[in-house]
Write a protein that binds this ligand. Structure first.
Ligand code: RM4
Ligand code: MN
Length: 393
């Protein structure tokens, strides 16, 4: 399938044009491991500068029109003003990420903490995040809890589930009718023995109990090695409970590397399920977000590369011949069914995406265009001095 006929090109480009990928404000800040953070030149010093960088990614890709915020990393006095600033830069503010994992009070948990006062403080933060959403016109509140225990017997598992359910219900009740709650899960870390929301099943069960506007978000880095993530995608899509993705890549644990870098085939398999369900575009209600840290590579080109990687996986998934696939499946032709997927996967879609960008009036090579633009030289100079943004700042 090397020569794509013009009908196929047009159809694939039509869908790709609708795809929106949300960048993450924290990807533009300094990050590292617990061993060392290597600061980079030109890193934003405040949420406004992060928005400028996110708008730059959108300018060169045409596919990243919103940026997610993390509260309190992106604390400002006036969120309406921040939203206006983003609009002036050509993008919107997207998902609001809550943060109940970086306060001394949360040592034994946030919403599952045995201390009612700490739980109240954590719930208060979640409710404040919804106030921010009201100002930024954000649709989604993303919840990730670092809650868990390090030792067997440390706390009562069922009581912690009760506390979690109560906190989620109180937060859910505060949502506006157009707002959603996306519940994220993660196998382990920072808790090493038991995590309160460790897997999609737990997140799913809580979302079912809450109602329609509670959905599961899949962070691709949050599973045990070898987990079949596309199965989770298919299951949640069927149940109407897939809210979105936090895209990134991992080799070992929650590595937060660029999406599609460790396992582009996995990303293709995920996007195949998305294409099959017909939910690539915004009307599908799936939030395609990046949740990554660029510890050693230049950040803005890395985010551009990540957007392109998602587009490439999506383009390949759009080339699967669904007629041939279905016929092979129905007749039990295992090899032909598998070949239908592999033919699409092995197609070089980069020319198609270059063509799409040209159709959209963009440079066909977004990274080269970024390098030529002089943006990086400008921010290196302009952003000298001050305190660079980073985790917890
Ligand atoms: C967590 C999780 C959240 C992200 C934080 C920074 O592991 O992936 O989505 O906001 O990290
Ligand atoms: Mn995440």
């Amino acid at each position: 399938m090397t020569d794509l006929d013009s009908a196929t090109r047009t159809r694939a480009k039509g869908v790709l044009r609708t795809q929106r990928i949300e960048t993450a404000s924290w990807a533009f800040g300094n990050s590292g491991t617990r061993f060392k953070v290597f600061p980079q030149e030109g890193v934003p010093r405040n949420p406004y500068e992060k928005i400028e960088d996110a708008a730059t990614v959108h300018k060169f890709t045409g596919a990243a029109p919103t940026v997610a915020l993390h509260i309190p990393w992106d604390l400002v006095d006036d969120y309406s003003d921040l939203a206006r600033f983003a609009r002036d830069q050509g993008i919107g503010l997207g998902t609001i990420n809550s943060n109940v994992f970086q306060d001394n009070d949360y040592k034994l948990g946030s919403v599952t903490n045995p201390d009612a006062g700490v739980r109240r403080k954590a719930i208060g933060h979640l409710l404040e995040c919804i106030e921010v959403m009201d100002r930024t016109s954000s649709r989604d509140l993303k919840l990730w809890f670092s809650d868990g225990t390090n030792y067997p017997g440390q706390d009562d598992v069922r009581s912690r589930q009760d506390r979690l359910a109560a906190a989620l219900a109180e937060t859910y009740d505060r949502l506006g009718s157009e707002q959603r709650m996306l519940l994220e899960y993660k196998l382990f870390e920072p808790a090493f023995y038991m995590t309160d929301v460790p897997d999609w099943g737990t997140a799913y069960a809580h979302c079912i109990a809450l109602g329609d506007r509670a959905q599961v978000v899949i962070d691709t880095g949050h599973h045990a090695p070898g987990t079949n993530i596309e199965f989770i995608v298919a299951f949640l899509l069927r149940a109407g409970k897939l809210g979105g993705f936090d895209f990134n890549s991992r080799f070992y644990a929650d590595d937060d590397l660029m999406v599609g870098s460790a396992d582009p085939f996995q990303l293709f398999r995920i996007m195949h399920e998305i294409v099959l369900a017909g939910v690539v575009g915004p009307e599908g209600g799936i939030a395609f977000m990046l949740d990554q840290c660029h510890n050693i590579e230049p950040k803005i080109p890395a985010v551009i590369r990540s957007v392109m990687n998602v587009q490439e996986a999506t383009a390949k998934a759009l080339l699967v011949d669904h007629g041939a696939l279905k016929a092979a499946q129905d007749s039990g032709d295992v090899l032909a069914a598998n070949a239908a997927l592999m033919d699409a996967y092995h197609t070089d879609v980069r020319p198609l995406l270059r063509e799409l960008r040209e159709d959209m009036g963009l440079d066909p090579d977004p990274i080269a265009a970024f390098h030529r633009s002089g943006y990086y030289d400008r921010i290196r100079t302009e952003r000298a001095g001050g305190t660079q943004a980073g985790w917890g700042a």
